[in-house]
Design a protein around this ligand. Structure first.
Ligand SMILES: *[C@@H]1O[C@H](CO)[C@@H](O)[C@H](O)[C@H]1NC(C)=O
Ligand SMILES: *[C@@H]1O[C@H](CO)[C@@H](O)[C@H](O)[C@H]1NC(C)=O
Length: 375
């Protein structure tokens, strides 16, 4: 009877194997690219990993986006995420650091092709509408914020959390963040602070706020428009807006950073926070103390420089920074601590702001010569 048990379990095993193979064969594509009427619809389709963006997806989205741009049977493009949790929670960064460790070209290709896609969105010649109905972070922000229209809902959770993993707020963060009101962008960039719901629109990250349950109707109405201009799209989006009489941030907290994040160095900002001593300031000091000191200093300089640059020039700068992070150690350590081992205890090197010299920061911005990003 032992033999019978073995035979049964062996048959079971091969059945499981067969099911795995079948599951693989009917595997859903990681991104859906569809035409609905005269609308191009992009759906990030990895809901189990919060629609994290990887190079395979970038290589599918970019050529289709360019095709639709010159195709006279496409009027507008809509981008969204599958499932009910996320638009896109960021780039598939773990794969990138794995590649970086073994000198695989993915470490260059991912950033290069992602930034080329960000630029294509920022210069798109047809209305591009991002429905950011859920988590929208890092790489997901790059797929939305540069487009003409970004629709937030009560489920939107926005953040640029890169300083926590030894990176910097890339995908054009150096362009859009310094253009937000006051020092709000710098605050979001350094602390990785999460904006929710209406605050995403109030901050200027989203152009519209619509209730999540109305998104399907909104999409249908957009698809049904007859050769729409940007103004026509705008009018439909406006008609779905749910206005609130007050223009304040839900988290009043956001009025503070304007003042406290005005300093020409990260040490100066920390000093402002310590002097202020409020609950808010204490919380931000604690947050900053957990971030990579190198990332914080790179990020401040990135936003200072980016304030006066075009999106293209910012992306060229950010590509240099991405490769500097691949050469350093904080990025690998940050990904290890936050995404792999999840001990949330990265050992940064250097470990203090004071040890990160201006010269070290400046080196990260230097030209890569013929390896520079060209747009
Ligand atoms: C991207 O994700 C898909 C689906 O999980 C996977 O099949 C593919 O190999 C990934 N590509 C890269 C470059 O990691
Ligand atoms: C659309 O483009 C095709 C070729 O790409 C051309 O044959 C056709 O005349 C164009 N239609 C209009 C309405 O411009």
């Amino acid at each position: 009877s032992m033999l019978r048990v073995f035979a049964v379990s062996s048959r079971l095993r091969s059945l499981c194997r067969l099911q795995r193979i079948q599951a693989h064969m009917v595997r859903k594509p990681e991104v859906l690219l569809e035409k609905v009427g005269r609308t191009g619809v992009i759906t990030m389709n990895r809901p189990k990993v919060l629609n994290a963006l990887n190079l395979t997806m970038i290589r599918q989205i970019y050529p289709q986006l360019k095709k639709w741009e010159s195709d006279n049977e496409t009027d507008i493009v809509i981008i969204k995420g599958a499932g009910d949790k996320a638009f896109c929670a960021g780039g598939d960064i773990r794969a990138v650091t794995e590649a970086g460790k073994v000198g695989d070209s993915l470490a260059q290709d991912f950033f290069r092709e992602e930034y080329i896609l960000n630029n294509a969105i920022g210069s798109y010649r047809k209305p591009y509408i991002a429905l950011i109905d859920g988590i929208t972070m890092g790489g997901g922000v790059g797929l939305s914020v540069h487009g003409l229209f970004r629709v937030a809902t009560e489920k939107t959770l926005f953040a640029m959390p890169e300083t926590a993993i030894g990176l910097f707020p890339d995908v054009g963060g150096g362009y859009f963040l310094p253009r937000l009101q006051g020092k709000l962008g710098l605050f979001l960039a350094l602390t990785g602070f999460r904006l929710k719901g209406r605050d995403v629109q109030r901050a200027g990250v989203a152009t519209h706020f619509v209730e999540s349950k109305k998104i399907p109707d909104l999409q249908k109405e957009l698809v049904d428009l007859k050769s729409p201009s940007a103004e026509d799209v705008s009018r439909v989006l406006d008609s779905y807006q749910n206005y609130q009489p007050f223009i304040y941030f839900q988290s009043l907290v956001l009025l503070n950073p304007v003042r406290l994040f005005s300093a020409s160095s990260v040490e100066g900002i920390v000093k402002n926070l310590k002097t202020d001593g409020s609950e808010f300031a204490k919380k931000q000091t604690e947050t900053l103390s957990k971030m990579s000191p190198t990332s914080l200093k790179i990020t401040l300089k990135q936003l200072q420089a980016g304030a006066a640059l075009s999106l293209q020039d910012v992306l060229v700068m950010e590509y240099r920074l991405s490769q500097a992070c691949m050469r350093g150690c904080d990025f690998y350590e940050g990904v290890r601590a936050v995404l792999v081992d999840k001990d949330q205890n990265p050992k940064w090197n250097p470990s203090t702001l004071e040890e990160v010299s201006n010269q070290m920061v400046e080196q990260c911005f230097s030209s890569l010569g013929e390896k520079d990003l060209t747009l």
